[in-house]
Ligand binder design. Structure first.
Ligand code: 5AD
Ligand code: SF4
Length: 446
């Protein structure tokens, strides 16, 4: 019998991408296979995101397109999951009455049962409760065929309640996945040809706190470092206040652990950090950076910054710029603050005007560009070990990443995909490097 077709549209972060892979794996067992063409689907799932303002608008316009498909095919089932679904629950039915299913971030494991009910009985289902245990943590995501790198969820949820952030409200409290399960998944992935895993969680540094046997994140990294076939380990995201000496000690000691950390600072002003409820002062952040660089001199450090949080004065913003100049991040993701429903920052006094936010963002990004350029240019003439991930988008070339997470494009044969090659860096751009294969090995890798 021909399989039923499932189309999944994902918005937002890597956690959502992972959830989509889990949905595909689960529904595969109920006779669905994924398609790239929503017009052929019997089931469409939209994985929503609520971290930033524009997301909701985009999701509605996308849903509008799916509604048109339903006019031709009334049996089409449309489901909405992810963070916005968690937040709005059956409010979705009011705004988009053609939606059949709304499922929250803790309800993914129930998809086969709920979809089965809709197929046979019809009607509408909304399921957005939080569970004590996040059952979807147990579902193994299927990496794409031929993939060399993949993500592994090690925990989900967050207990930090940063004042601007919707995550604790839509993903629930922090929960870690048992180490034995993670190791089993990583071993399976290695067997499928995966060479690099990125350990994923909202706050990976507090991994293990909810587990009875209490392994910490450093222990997990050391264990994964011993899995045969896994050449590289990365992780995201780290909270500065939970960055332990034990974790810092893993850099340089666990050969597979890549020399890169994403460590969001959000602001360089103590006043703003306090209002954001970040739990550290800027001096403590600088101290963590220094400790990382002591343990691992070549480490690449990237970060996130929010400009225009309520109460951010010019002086606070200048402190953020000063921190950037001092730390010199390898790369930075920067955002204008925008209010998220249900968070503590809603209605805070002294909101920053939109024009000021925009101006600050431009200034910040211009400064970071200088730093990114400077860091990328410094790689020219150096040798780098690059794990080849595939053919580059503009064709005819290969693409991979350095251990410090820089993209390198270079001419080479497709059989190198999945291998680590030593390249000489011959040119630098803002978002990538250009490399050339070296015949003779060198030593100047970092
Ligand atoms: N407004 C602007 N940026 C935000 N981020 C999270 N919530 C908000 C918000 N309400 C940013 C933070 C976080 C990144 C993933 O998104 O910098 O680290
Ligand atoms: Fe959001 Fe803060 Fe938790 Fe990160 S640590 S997910 S910013 S609440």
């Amino acid at each position: 019998m021909e399989k039923k077709k499932l189309y999944i549209q994902t918005f937002g972060c890597q956690m959502n991408v992972q959830d989509a892979e889990k949905m595909a794996a689960l529904l595969g067992e109920s006779g669905y296979e994924t398609t790239d063409d929503p017009g052929r689907a019997q089931l469409i799932l939209v994985n929503t995101c609520s971290i930033r303002e524009k997301a909701a608008q985009k999701i509605y316009s996308q849903l509008g397109r799916f509604r048109a498909l339903k006019e031709n095919n009334p049996r089409l089932i449309i489901g909405v999951g992810g963070c916005l679904a968690q937040q709005w629950g059956d409010g979705f039915f009011r705004k988009a009455p053609y939606v059949d299913l709304v499922f929250g971030t803790h309800q993914i494991h129930r998809l086969p049962e709920m979809v089965g009910h809709l197929e046979q009985v019809g009607g509408r289902i909304s399921a957005t409760g939080f569970c004590d245990r996040v059952r979807s943590l147990e579902i193994q995501a299927q990496p794409a065929a031929g993939a060399v790198t993949t993500f592994v969820t090690i925990m989900q949820g967050c207990n930090n309640f940063c004042a601007y952030c919707v995550v604790p409200h839509v993903r629930g409290p922090e929960e870690s996945r048992p180490m034995s399960e993670i190791l089993r998944e990583v071993e399976t992935l290695a067997g499928l040809g995966i060479r690099e895993v990125t350990l994923l969680g909202q706050n990976v540094n507090s991994y293990g706190r909810t587990l009875p046997e209490g392994p910490d994140f450093a222990e997990l990294i050391r264990a994964i470092g011993k899995v045969d076939g896994i050449e590289r380990i990365r992780f995201t995201t780290s909270h500065p206040k939970d960055l332990s000496e034990r974790l810092i000690g893993c850099f340089g000691e666990v050969p597979a652990l890549c020399e890169h950390i994403h460590l969001p600072v959000q602001s360089g002003s103590d006043r703003v950090l306090k209002r954001m409820n970040r739990g550290y002062a800027s001096a403590a952040y600088r101290d963590r950076v220094a400790a990382l660089r002591r343990a691992c001199p070549g480490i690449s450090i990237t970060s996130d910054v929010i400009v225009g949080f309520p109460g951010e004065e010019e002086e606070d913003f200048q402190q953020t710029l000063a921190l950037l100049r001092e730390v010199r991040f390898d790369n930075l993701f920067s955002f204008k603050y925008s209010e998220r429903e249900g968070t503590a920052a809603v209605g805070m006094d002294r909101p920053v005007r939109e024009g000021v936010k925009r101006e600050r963002l431009e200034i910040l990004q211009a400064l970071q560009e200088e730093h990114t350029w400077e860091k990328n240019r410094a790689r020219v003439g150096k040798l780098e070990d690059v794990l080849v991930e595939g053919e580059s988008r503009n064709g005819g070339e290969l693409t991979g990443r350095t251990r410090t997470n820089r993209i390198v494009n270079f001419p080479g044969k497709a059989e190198l995909v999945g291998k680590t090659v030593r390249l000489k860096i011959v040119d630098a751009y803002l978002h990538s490097l250009r490399g050339r294969m070296e015949q003779s090995g060198g030593t100047d890798v970092h």
